[in-house]
Design a protein around this ligand. Sequence first.
Ligand SMILES: [Zn+2]
Length: 438
Amino acid sequence: MGKSTFSYKAVLPEGVSPVQIVVDSDSGLIESVIPASTPVDESLLLFPGFFDIHVHAREFPKPPLNDAETLKKWDTVCSKEVFSSAGRAAINGGAIGFAAMPNDPIPPDNIDAYQKKALLSSQSECPTIIFASITERSEPWDELPYKVYLDIAQNRSTFSDWGVLEDSLRRYKGRRVFFHAEDPGILREYVGLPDYWKRRPPEAEIMAVDKILNLTAKIGLVSHICHVSTARTVQLINEFNATASTKVSCEVTPHHLFFSVDEKGYMAEGQRVYIKDYLLNSNPPIRSEDDRQFMVEALRTGTIHVLASDHAPHLLEEKIQGAAGMPHLDTLGPFAGWLIKNCKFSPARIAQVVSEAPTQIMAPNLPIRQGIIKEGCSGSFTVLDMSKETNIGTTNGKPGNRKLFTRCGWSPFEKISLPAYVRLTVINGASFDYSKGI
Ligand SMILES: [Zn+2]
């Protein structure tokens, strides 16, 4: 019936050029892509829609009334980030879809729990894929992304023993399995050190990735390593992929690309910053400046495949008490602008790492093809204004120009200008402009 037309300088498979894209409003599909007949705004750049494969939306289904302890957790978690707020934060940051992690008090490790959570996610205006959990006794039941957590924490979502994990993984032969990779044995040795980043040393990640690569080959998994943070980890994955028939993919977060740490404290882009230490606590932690620079180059040149946010919307009072992780959904697009302007990424490479590769990994769970601007593919786009900065809160005397939609209400990029601004997010032909609020 209706049609929407978008005339922009666009990041196409064959290069950046001014085009007119027509999207069918009913199907949400791109009907045609033709050269623009009138001049387009040179400062705006249209990408295939950004897709974030690593988000903690935190909301989970209400537990039974006789489970008082979980009910209390549900009450606190769901008074904070929920699917509706995470969805708005995603769109605000230019994302046209995201995948929600399953580390909930009631993990979605069976069809019933999974379906209840999937129903909740329909509250998100931004399309959502739900991860399923692998736990000690879980079985696969569908073509889904499955997640494994390795940690010392004792809860239903987490493995702290490699033998138990191997037994579970044998049931997931041929499945897509996403790993949080830190070796519980090494983490145990460093518990209690005063600096958070020293409690989870690079060796924990390197050891875990080495073991995961062995299990991947031994069992026959389609593995993805979440949030890689050390140079050696990336080298191990690269060496594995050189001979593997099924390649292992990996992702990196904005915080591991932007922040680093040494004995004197934290740095942003290699410069000393006076940011509160607890705000940057994350798992895996912020690494050395050498590692940070290696990560940027590896994402730019192709040995890291995906940019994923690991959006973790902890409240400031939870951060003070030591919660790990930080929010990134609202700033995803501006951060992509930083990679282009400050780190020499081409717009084509950005389209690969935050649109094409993530949507390929999630393709079995996406109804239509995304991640590429082509006839017959999804009419979902991210439009960045490359001539305007994003300031969250007052930055260098300039007032903030972008609201945060995540309910945690803070960003690690406060007081730091990111050199691009999300002008428009288009999901299957429908336009969302959150630049002035809703
Ligand atoms: Zn995570």
